[in-house]
Design a protein around this ligand. Structure first.
Ligand SMILES: Cc1cc2nc3c(=O)[nH]c(=O)nc-3n(C[C@H](O)[C@H](O)[C@H](O)COP(=O)(O)OP(=O)(O)OC[C@H]3O[C@@H](n4cnc5c(N)ncnc54)[C@H](O)[C@@H]3O)c2cc1C
Length: 395
């Protein structure tokens, strides 16, 4: 007889493990939850290759709410997780710079953020000059800074914490790939694994990150999520840059280069323009060093003259779980194949939104609807309806 599970989750990184963790709460420890992960080292997962940063500076209330739960989770870790709770969180804020043309957007975003309770302040250039004397302010008309609730952490520790907690509470992890999904009309009946196992399930969750579109296709479902390459460069600066937060140089207009401290080094990167951005092969992790030399370094050295002497230490490539429709999450049940649940397409802001997304998916499965946070704006149904979630702060 086929092995049966209440819920099978494809992918065990931040989305899969958050979902499993919250499911054990919502369904109870007796629930049979199987997380199928093809690479238990997670060495190519977006989660572990990310910049591991969290912000409240979004333009849509739902994205702010998703990330605010991430912060609540990080702050509230101590009681439940004991010694594992320290995930190296540096609450040092994001500083987003805007040119004169970007001021209306930055100001409008700030109004949405503060209405959601985010602790973001607007800073004029004279105050920026006082606080950050090492920064050149040419072309900067205004900035937004997250006084609290923003910063960065250790991605491996974050994942490890949720994975261990999900396991401790009864979820099972299998080392295999989901290679087939069986459907009987509008119901998913089970999955085939790369080790040859055929298993049945009541509910299937797609948490396969950049491969989520391919996994959905196994069930004959269209999901516009694909891998898009992004690079992270680790650099060393001889001079100190005291109090450097996560600096976003003009997301709302100009270059969009980011840089933040990482131990004794800094990490930096930039997203390509829409025209240059395209799907990459699943196994393409080759770094483009010319992007650092030609775009990132010049932009950083212009903004922070001490960075003129930056030394590149190393770099890596990771894959965004990119939603080509509107660059935002797709969460919830498929409207017809209702036991197929999405937790996908976070497009660069997923590691911080994993806990809220996992909790939402768990509530949906356990109770048939959202209880903590209404995330219906991220329904798959918006795709055929052509209804985009417009988020202006995609980094
Ligand atoms: C360079 C970079 C920087 C980023 N910076 C940030 C940031 O600062 N802040 C932020 O919030 N987000 C950031 N992100 C985005 C964030 O990392 C992702 O949105 C998030 O980690 C997605 O999590 P996931 O669990 O869906 O995907 P993943 O972490 O990719 O996990 C998916 C898992 O599914 C497994 N899998 C795939 N196919 C199958 C299959 N068929 N069967 C079984 N298992 C399968 C994979 O092995 C993988 O472990 C960044 C991403 C990148 C690449």
């Amino acid at each position: 007889m086929a092995e049966h599970w209440d819920v099978v989750i494809a992918g065990g990184a931040i989305m899969g493990s958050s979902t499993a963790y919250f499911l054990t709460h919502e369904l109870g420890a007796d629930a049979r939850i199987l997380v199928v992960e093809k690479d238990p080292t997670y060495s190519r997962s977006a989660t572990t290759l990310s910049a591991a940063s969290i912000r409240q500076q979004f333009s849509t209330p739902e994205n702010i709410r998703l990330s605010r739960f991430g912060i609540e989770m990080i702050r509230g870790l101590k009681p439940e997780f004991g010694a594992d709770a320290d995930i190296g969180f540096h609450e040092k804020g994001y500083l987003t710079l805007a040119s004169p043309a970007g001021v209306p957007v930055l100001t409008a975003n700030h109004a949405v953020q503060t209405a959601e309770g985010a602790d973001i302040e607007l800073i004029a250039p004279d105050e920026l000059a006082r606080r950050y004397p090492w920064m050149a302010l040419d072309g900067v008309a205004l900035a937004a800074y997250g006084r609290t609730g923003e910063g960065w952490f250790d991605a491996h520790m974050w994942l490890d914490l949720l994975r261990k907690a999900a396991r401790r509470r009864g979820a099972t992890y299998a080392h295999a790939a989901v290679t087939g999904i069986a459907r009987d009309g509008n119901r998913i009946t089970g999955v085939t694994l790369s080790d040859g196992r055929e298993i049945t399930c009541d509910t299937f969750v797609d948490a396969a990150g950049p491969a989520a579109g391919d996994v959905a296709a196994l069930a004959g479902i269209t999901l516009p999520v694909e891998p898009r390459k992004r690079f992270v460069y680790v650099v060393h600066c001889r001079e100190a840059v005291p109090g450097l937060p996560m600096l976003i140089d003009g997301t709302v207009v100009a270059s969009g280069v980011y840089v933040r401290p990482e131990g004794q080094f800094h990490i930096c990167g930039v997203s390509p323009s829409d025209e240059e951005d395209r799907r990459c092969a699943d196994d393409d992790f080759e770094v483009d060093y010319s992007l650092y030399e030609e775009v990132i370094w010049p932009a950083l050295a212009t903004r922070i003259p001490a960075f003129e002497s930056l030394k590149l230490i190393r770099a890596w490539a990771g894959h965004y779980d990119f939603n080509t429709f509107d660059h935002n999450a797709i969460i919830g049940r498929h409207p017809e194949v209702t036991n197929f649940v999405f937790c996908n397409g976070f497009s660069g802001h997923g590691i911080q939104q994993g806990p809220a997304a996992g909790r939402a998916v768990a509530e949906l499965i356990a109770h048939g609807g959202y209880r903590s946070l209404d995330l219906s704006v991220f329904d798959w149904g918006r795709l055929p309806a052509g209804r985009k979630v417009v988020e202006l702060n995609v980094i």
